[in-house]
Design a protein around this ligand. Structure first.
Ligand code: ASP
Length: 330
């Protein structure tokens, strides 16, 4: 637990700092002055902060892996060169849970807390949740947050690799849903997963299974050069396992080194392949279980593992272990 005294604030865009334009709300710079102005009416925050804007400012709907890596670089240099002992990232809510998850895996080993926040309404809107979220996040960092990546929203501090955006309009937009919590913790982390290890972009795709999915749909995606495919299976990890052509497409992709990962599409589900033959056949075709991980966590984890240059078999092994509380928690 660290009481932060010298904070780095990284503003990436998002509704919190948006202004109205002819096309609708859009990211706007100069947020630090507006933020200081709004905080004047609240209880004093005594920690010191340095503010930086990550260019280009984004509606987080435009977030890419490159932007995740730029966030990671800015955070690491603030901690290592700027000697900051805590980080607050201001971010749009649409992909906030994805960035929180990606950063959870990109910053493994960093010994300062990183808290992300944003808001459902712009800071300047009457009755906005922006100032409450901002002030709450600052006060929480000042009072002490364990190291790791967190999301502060609507009065709650949530684990960065477990959180999901559930609501598109309400202020309590984010939650950690109860899911099956099992898996083995990684005994130690390979050097390739340390936050200092360089990462690169990866070709990843996510596909929800649905009645009517054809082998040719799957083949088109698997033939697009993806290094990993995250399949959102039904219930406890089942899928159209009577479709021999579809299973063959999975087997062939796996044999040429594509990582095939599975999560449940049930918001409170988890993968347990052995329960049904329709699950164990998918496992036999090469799928590895993401247990009860969220889509955001599984995607961020695959990105971090593959982006660090690990071989597919090592990616599969580490994917099934708990690295930062994404699988085993309580
Ligand atoms: N589209 C906005 C964004 O994600 C939504 C928000 O911030 O609430 O940047």
């Amino acid at each position: 637990m660290r009481c932060v005294k010298n904070l780095f604030v990284l503003y990436t865009g998002g509704t919190i700092g948006m202004l109205q334009t002819a096309e609708g709300l859009a990211p706007a710079g100069g947020f630090e002055a507006r933020m200081r102005e709004q905080l004047k009416g609240r209880d004093a925050i005594s920690l010191a902060w340095r503010f930086a804007e990550l260019q280009p400012l984004l509606d987080s709907a435009n977030m890419t892996q490159t932007n995740w890596l730029a966030m990671r670089d800015a955070i690491v240099s603030a901690v290592e060169q700027g000697r900051h002992d805590g980080v607050l990232v201001l971010h749009g809510t649409d992909t906030l849970a994805y960035s929180a998850a990606a950063l959870s895996f990109l910053l493994l080993g960093l010994d300062v807390p990183v808290v992300l926040t944003g808001s459902m309404q712009p800071m300047d809107a009457p009755g906005s949740d922006a100032c409450g979220n901002l002030h709450g996040a600052l006060a929480t960092l000042q009072a002490g947050v364990p190291e790791g990546v967190w999301l502060y929203f609507n009065g709650e501090l949530m684990h960065g690799a477990r959180v999901t955006k559930l609501r598109s309009e309400a202020f309590d937009a984010f939650a950690v849903l109860p899911r099956e919590r099992h898996g083995e913790r990684a005994e130690s982390l390979p050097a390739a997963l340390d936050y200092r290890h360089p990462r690169q972009s990866v070709n990843l795709a996510v596909l929800p299974l649905f009645p009517g999915l054809r082998a040719e749909h799957l083949r088109a995606l698997l033939g697009s050069g993806v290094q990993a495919l995250l399949l959102e299976c039904y219930g406890s990890g089942t899928g159209p396992s009577d479709n021999e052509e579809l299973l063959a497409a999975l087997r062939e992709a796996h044999a040429r080194g594509v990582v095939l990962a599975a999560i449940s599409q049930c918001p409170q589900g988890h993968v347990a392949f052995d329960i049904y033959a329709a699950g164990s056949r998918l496992r036999d075709a090469g799928l590895v279980s993401g247990g009860g991980m969220t889509r955001e966590a599984a995607l961020g984890k695959l990105f971090s593992l593959l982006g660090s240059g690990l071989a597919p078999s090592e990616v599969e092994r580490l994917f099934t272990l708990d690295l930062c509380g994404e699988r085993v928690y309580g």
